[in-house]
Design a binder for this molecule. Structure first.
Ligand code: 9MR
Length: 750
């Protein structure tokens, strides 16, 4: 077929595409050179070649290849082209259109033409009957005068037909700036508003005066009308926007749409049902993150897998893991726990806040006047432990807490009582890679004060929340917490380094907040004077610990403050502590009401942090806590409204939770939910939160495709964008906390 543009071995002029939605477009490049000979197949298929088992024909100006049955490796059947030159440092764009008469996923490679056939570029398009247009931009890392382009078609038991057209490899292209398809300009919570909860939307428009809006029911009948509120240019998106408030409409139903400025929003419900599902799904996320145990297919259809890291080859851990040579004289059994994120590492620092937030979700629900603990009871998460009489959320948290205990340096060893900072592979692995197939050796990293205090905090908390369910476990945790506390006091400045290979650093050199958090948990559990004295003397006790950017694994003083405010205790200044939460909540509310997308998050300099979705949700956790303390409607409303942003009321018009909303994140960075790379693997389970917009775009894919992005636009639903689109145990904990709070409010008046 003829290419849509003149691109055969010469210069190509590409018109600049107009920027839309705050994203800068690629500039025209006058120096593009086409490197593919006869990529249109208008004159037969030469000089393309194939392995002898593949019959290639020219069909209607395309190349079609009949692949025989019974191939095993991808390279058992190939269609290829030789003599494609690559120059190191040059940027290239590979494009083609391909189809298959069955669901197939070939490997498309630009590679060394001779042994060892090193691939420098790999694309894995998912093909079916309708031709798919594939586009991949890359910068060559090698000089290769005669590389090969290969379409590797082997690996299917059945025979199939592959068709290819419009193959192009351009040298000298400009950056491939992502143009998000942001759909209708009316932005809503694509899942559901609570019947008696807040109902707000945002409209992207050039209009500067109020516009009429109309709320339609599923039959398209207008059920409410009003006028928008012009809000000017929103800093977090760079867009001119209006907001819509249709809170007063309270009738339950499905399939509502909001019509403004000639645009119709994605449909949504007015109902609380989705939040009951979401609180469960957000918590079910953890079972499939478990390490050291087979995931049961009957409990998670589509997600069953063998146990990871139990020393079955090719795994090399975690039953007896040692330190770096010379760093310790013992090995530890550190099987179990949750994989932190899309990698196979396990980290005490981040593991701590995650286990804490799950136990805290339970504890706060039992203390809350709107809390519905029976919804978080035994058997609600379909776990192997379901039916043991213990709330499933605690069973899940215990899985991690048991592992936290294993990371403690044993008595009799140097640094006894401290916790190793982390355990992970000694080198980074690629994607996809199932946990049980990870071949890297594992290593324990040196104990750190921060990890030790995470252990002290969660173990003290576990001693409290498990007391009713398992006294022996509670006692074991309290002993571990005391030993960790003493060890941290003795080694108050053992910091994990910021440099890290094979896993994340979770570095932190300011641990006064971890001391405060651990002391708070120990005090709440024991009531002992030593911890009370420590708390009252800590400068953090009177400081403003609620940052605009929210609490997170490195900044945990707010966790202490929230628990000291919510969990009954005998501190003399409890009234002031509780009031400080209300003050902070009112600040988040002020931020939210100024924000035309209703986000209670305004980080310094409009720099959205790695994992911003979790920061936004954690600020909603503070709002929810304030509602518990003061019973003021505005705090409940603020917490509920924060969810709108996560579920679609945002500049990208998408939900960040897999399985929720019309358009949702589903390619989060993970080595085993790697469907984008291998269609036999699943997407992340429903209820998985993506990290979200990250102004600093640290990964190369985001750097290429999001260059120049404005805050909310710094996100890509691509499995390789680990700095904007990972999944983690701490971020899902924020989601579970807020989803559970929203579900507890029932129709909004809970
Ligand atoms: O969530 C972490 C973020 O706050 C840090 O800025 C970032 C860089 O240190 O690391 C993030 O955590 C990653 C961890 O280091 C390794 N596992 C995946 C985590 C999520 O991306």
């Amino acid at each position: 077929m003829k290419r849509r543009r003149n691109a055969v071995l010469g210069c190509v002029v590409v018109l600049a595409v107009a920027a839309s939605g705050g994203v800068v477009s690629s500039a025209a490049h006058a120096d593009e050179v086409e490197l593919i000979a006869n990529g249109t197949f208008d004159d037969g298929t030469a000089p393309w070649w194939s392995t002898p088992n593949v019959r290639v024909t020219g069909v209607d100006g395309r190349l079609c290849a009949e692949v025989p049955a019974g191939t095993v490796a991808s390279y058992d059947a190939i269609v290829g082209l030789d003599a494609v030159p690559l120059v190191a440092g040059e940027r290239y764009r590979l494009t083609f259109s391909a189809s298959a008469d069955a669901a197939r996923q070939p490997r498309v490679l630009v590679q060394l033409p001779v042994d060892p056939f090193t691939p420098y570029v790999e694309v894995r398009p998912q093909l079916g009957a309708t031709p798919v247009d594939v586009r991949h931009t890359f910068t060559s890392t090698v000089d290769l005068p005669a590389a090969q382009v290969q379409f590797q078609l082997g690996g299917a038991a059945e025979a199939w037909t592959f068709c290819l057209d419009d193959v192009s490899l351009l040298r000298g292209v400009g950056p491939d700036i992502h143009q998000p398809d942001t759909g209708p300009r009316v932005r809503v919570n694509q899942v559901a508003y609570l019947p008696h909860g807040p109902k707000n939307a945002t409209v992207v428009t050039t209009a500067v005066t109020a516009l009429p809006w109309r709320l339609n029911n599923a039959r398209g009948v207008a059920v409410a009308t009003g006028r928008t509120r012009p809000r000017g240019v929103d800093q977090s998106s760079g867009q001119n926007v209006h907001s819509v408030d249709f809170t007063r409409y309270v009738a339950k139903g499905a399939g509502y749409t909001l019509v403004v400025d000639g645009e119709t929003s994605h449909p949504f419900d007015i109902s609380s049902a989705a939040y009951e599902r979401l609180r469960v799904d957000a918590l079910k996320f953890y079972y499939t993150q478990r390490s050291g145990v087979a995931i049961r297919e009957d409990l998670r259809p589509g997600y069953g897998r063998p146990a990871g890291h139990v020393d079955v080859a090719p795994n090399r851990g975690d039953r007896a893991v040692g330190c770096a040579p010379g760093a310790c004289a013992y090995t530890l059994d550190v099987t179990g726990g949750w994989y932190d994120a899309g990698d196979h590492g396990k980290y005490v620092v981040n593991g701590g806040i995650s286990a804490y937030q799950l136990m805290n979700l339970w504890e706060r629900t039992t203390l809350s006047r709107t809390g519905e603990p029976r919804r978080l009871g035994d058997r609600n998460l379909a776990l192997p432990e379901s039916g043991n009489g213990v709330p499933d959320v605690l069973d899940e948290a215990r899985w991690q807490q048991e592992w936290m205990l294993k990371m403690q340096v044993p008595a009799g060893q140097p640094l006894a009582g401290m916790a190793h900072h982390k355990v992970h592979d000694v080198a980074w692995t690629g994607l996809p890679l199932m946990p049980h197939q990870d071949p890297q050796p594992r290593q324990l990293y040196p104990p750190s004060t921060a990890a030790t205090l995470n252990l002290a905090a969660t173990a003290a908390q576990a001693a409290r929340v498990f007391q009713r369910h398992d006294r022996t476990f509670a006692r074991r945790n309290l002993a571990a917490a005391r030993a960790a506390w003493a060890a941290a006091l003795a080694h108050p400045a053992a910091y994990a380094p910021a440099e890290s290979v094979g896993g994340g650093p979770y570095d932190d050199t300011e641990v006064s907040d971890e001391f405060y958090w651990a002391a708070a948990q120990l005090y709440l559990t024991t009531g002992e004077r030593q911890f009370r004295t420590y708390l009252l003397a800590s400068p953090l006790h009177r400081a403003d610990v609620f940052e605009p950017g929210g609490f997170f694994w490195r900044d945990v003083a707010a966790l202490a403050r929230l628990d000291l405010a919510l969990v009954p205790n005998g501190l003399p200044d409890r009234g002031r502590i509780r009031a400080s939460v209300l003050t902070a909540a009112d600040r988040y509310l002020a931020t939210q009401s100024h924000h035309p997308y209703g986000v209670p998050y305004a980080p310094a300099g409009n720099v959205w942090e790695w994992g911003s979705n979790s920061a936004i949700l954690n600020n909603a956790v503070v709002l929810a806590a304030a509602f518990e303390i003061g019973r003021q409607e505005r705090h409940r409303t603020g917490a509920i409204q924060a969810m709108d942003y996560i579920l679609g009321r945002n500049a990208l018009n998408q939900s960040y939770v897999t399985g929720y909303g019309e358009l949702f994140a589903k390619n989060q960075h993970s080595r085993w939910y790697a469907n984008q790379l291998d269609m036999t693997l699943p997407h992340p389970p429903n209820g998985t939160l993506a990290g979200g917009p990250n102004s600093n775009i640290q990964d190369p894919v985001a750097q290429e495709r999001l260059a120049g992005c404005v805050a909310q636009f710094c996100y890509l639903d691509d499995i390789q964008s680990w700095s904007t689109n990972e999944l983690t145990i701490n971020w899902n904990a924020s989601l579970a906390s807020v989803a559970s709070f929203v579900a507890d409010q029932d129709d909004g008046r809970g």
